[in-house]
Design a binder for this molecule. Sequence first.
Ligand code: FE
Length: 356
Amino acid sequence: MKNLKITVLSLLIVTLLTLTGCSSDPKSDTVNNEAGAKESNVVNLYTDRHYDTDQALYELFTKETGIKVNIVKAASDELIERLAREGQDTQADLLVTADAGRLNRAKEQGLLQSVSSETLTKNVPENLRDKDSEWFGLTMRARVLVYSKDRVNPTQLSTYENLIETQWKGKVLVRSSNAVYNQSLLASFIALEGEEKTKAWAKGIVANLAREPKGNDRDQAKAIVAGVGDVAIMNTYYIGKMLHSSDPEEVKVAEKVGVFFPNQATTGTHINVSGIGLTKNAKNNANAIKLMEFLSSDIAQKQFAEANFEYPVNPNVEPSELLKSWGDFKAQDINLSALGEYNEQAVKIFNEVGWK
Ligand code: FE
């Protein structure tokens, strides 16, 4: 009984201290975060990117603002798991990762928070950021058709839908449905065409596959050059990466395939982003938002996008020469939040049609 009294008493004291601690400081909103930690002159970033040019950009940011950028690099899904595990104790203020579907996963797990910034809404087009402003696209990629220059005339290609025609039987290459890139592609079709048509498409692709889905996007291009199939579904930047690879075999492969933007006369080519979000338990919110704004700015966008052979999201900034050489293209007209919203449905369809 005595113990219980003491416990209740100490709880009361702690509560009182917490309450007075919060209300006695009129500037608590600006200098303190929810956990009460004082903001310091740093920002901590969890990222799946590992480019030297990124480091140069962070150094420029530090030079301009005096804010030091600390980086934790890991694979994308690991970063999200780590954020979830660390909860309130996390050091991370920002999460940078690829795919709107994945960014949405972080959002749905309650790991991000909404950011209100005029700079970000000006620099990042509305369709390339979360509806609730919990993440913002920073670089854009397209999921295109890549074909054998030897065996396919690009005039034979037209749409994603065309790949289920009999002329492509045994010739289509694509990675497994576990990849979020494919889940987002299918989610975009659900958003544009509805579930029934999308399911028929997925079924048709499975019927036309050159082999059981395996490997990553680069492996599909390699399989084209090895003669396993003729046309693959792949993200644009892998072609850039392979063209600039230190492995001469990859360079050879990239030179032997062509890039085709499907659905130009219809719904547009599927696009996706790599993006950034302010973590739910960020301790350096103001610094973090400054870095988000900086990365969306004209000066940073070019370098940030080019590091991974991607398109800048900021419409003021021109893409690289390689991307320009592929020409302009019409993109799907959907808000990328839809890729998260329809993810579950997409996974269900993949399972139903047996897309491994
Ligand atoms: Fe990738």
